[in-house]
Design a protein around this ligand. Structure first.
Ligand code: KE4
Length: 435
């Protein structure tokens, strides 16, 4: 593996200069711009399994994995084969196909709470549509979300949101009418009492609670014991809907997602990333009596030119069939545990000012000595030290998310040797940033 050197990325720099001239910030999604970690982003040339190569042929072990979509790693042969096969039969028809039925049936088998499903093309579309449906079904306008959670960039979700907004320090997004922003109530993650207070202060006005059942957009913050069940009980008691945003956790933490892991049945679920295996697929689904209110059966309108795209459906089917193989999640857990244990040992032995969080193959290294249970805690992390750590790891050929407020993703393509290499680089980088 050629060890990358930050100064030997002339082609990335040349391409990025051109990108800056024509694309906003040189990127098509803000978190890619390396704004929180400094320097210019790597420009990717190709990828395979757990590896990325940049335009200068520097090689990296990839823990971003297209922000969680690639649980099987890059260019998995079976997924490439499925896409190639379908591409020769056409890339988009704008009409129903059996592929959509096949993928939706697999999803419902894995997540029985999704009695009916609608495919869309991004997680944002999925959450936006789920909230519109919740407002229509309840006749109420208010929604409750959690500080530091990220549900995509539709107007209702952009206050105190995580991911790119946390990375760039944008607490409230211009362009969202105050009247609309006021319909979103925020509560601290893991604070069910705050949610109960919102219900008591807004009787019969809250349409839904939307929550990342395992928060991964403020860095990884697991739900505290009983938190999700209390949200379920509160929503039921107050006639509101519970929406699990499983765009990251769906098929990530187990085949049935976080709702299976924690045994909680939401009223609506949003999915994305893994169900498209890196192609643009997302979905929302839930109780039949709710979903049947969506057009053309009901009046809640939602549509999409490329929804259910046959290429993306083919990739998703191939992906879920590979994930359904016996033992898939056991071996992913073994790899992830090896990485998590290695990080914890390194932190202990170096007394680095950092803590690590892990749920399955989702991990975050926070540069904070204190436990992180919500966004206020996460924002106390030393983002400057994280930035130095990020650059040090990158220079050692390890690509993690360029933000303290994201997660690392382990894929089935990572090997034990990759994990050993990562831990070695991590120890050196911790030494770099602790000096
Ligand atoms: P997209 O619209 O980006 O497909 O999905 C939005 C979304 C919804 N819900 C959750 C829980 C999500 O994590 C996301 C998107 N995730 C971020 C990374 N944490 C996408 C990366 C980016 O913005 O470029």
């Amino acid at each position: 593996m050629t060890t990358p050197n930050p100064n030997t990325r002339p082609r990335s720099q040349q391409i990025f200069r051109r990108a800056l001239d024509v694309l906003v910030g040189g990127v098509n999604s803000p978190v890619r711009a390396f704004r929180a970690v400094g320097g210019e982003p790597i420009v990717v040339d190709r990828a395979a399994a757990a590896r990325l190569w940049d335009a200068d042929d520097n090689e990296y072990i990839d823990y971003v994995c297209s922000w969680g979509a690639l649980i099987l790693g890059h260019a998995h042969p079976k997924i490439v084969e499925a896409i190639n096969y379908q591409a020769r039969r056409g890339t988009s028809y704008g009409m129903p196909t059996e592929l959509e039925v096949e993928l939706a049936t697999r999803i419902r088998r894995a997540l029985p709470s999704c009695e009916k499903i609608r495919f869309v093309s991004s997680g944002t579309e999925a959450t936006m549509s789920a909230v519109r449906l919740a407002r229509a079904a309840t006749g109420r306008d208010l929604i409750v979300k959690f500080d530091g959670c990220y549900h995509g960039h539709s107007d209702s979700f952009l206050s105190e949101a995580g991911s790119g907004l946390a990375t760039l320090g944008i607490a409230a997004c211009p362009g969202v009418p105050q009247a609309l922003a006021a319909l979103t109530l925020n509560a601290p993650y893991n604070d069910a009492a705050a949610v109960e207070k919102l219900f008591n202060e807004n009787p019969n006005k809250i349409a839904a609670i939307i929550v990342e059942p395992i928060a991964a957009n403020m860095g990884l913050v697991p739900p505290s014991k009983g938190f999700l069940q209390t949200l379920r009980d509160l929503a039921t008691r107050h006639g509101a809907l519970l929406i699990f945003d499983e765009v990251i956790t769906g098929f990530r933490v187990c085949y049935g997602g976080a709702q299976s892991l924690y045994g909680i049945a939401p009223d609506l679920t949003t999915l994305g990333k893994i169900i498209g295996a890196g192609l643009p697929v997302a979905a929302y689904g839930g109780r039949r009596d709710l979903m049947d209110q969506v057009a053309p059966l009901g009046p809640v309108y939602q549509a999409g030119t490329l929804s259910g795209n046959p290429l993306a459906m083919s990739a998703g089917i191939a992906s879920l069939d590979l994930l359904a193989a016996p033992g898939f999640y056991d071996s992913l857990e073994a790899l992830s545990k090896k990485l998590g244990d290695g990080i914890s040992a390194a932190l202990r032995e170096t007394n680095a000012p950092a803590t690590a969080a892990r749920v399955g193959s989702l991990l975050t290294l926070f540069f904070s000595r204190d436990p992180i249970t919500n966004y206020a805690d996460a924002k106390k992390a030393d983002t400057k030290r994280f930035a130095a750590f990020f650059q040090s790891m990158l220079a050692r050929g390890i690509f993690i998310a360029p933000s303290q407020f994201e997660a690392m993703f382990v894929s089935a393509a990572h090997t034990a040797a990759d994990i050993d290499c990562t831990i070695a680089a991590l120890r050196e980088s911790l030494a770099d940033v602790s000096a």
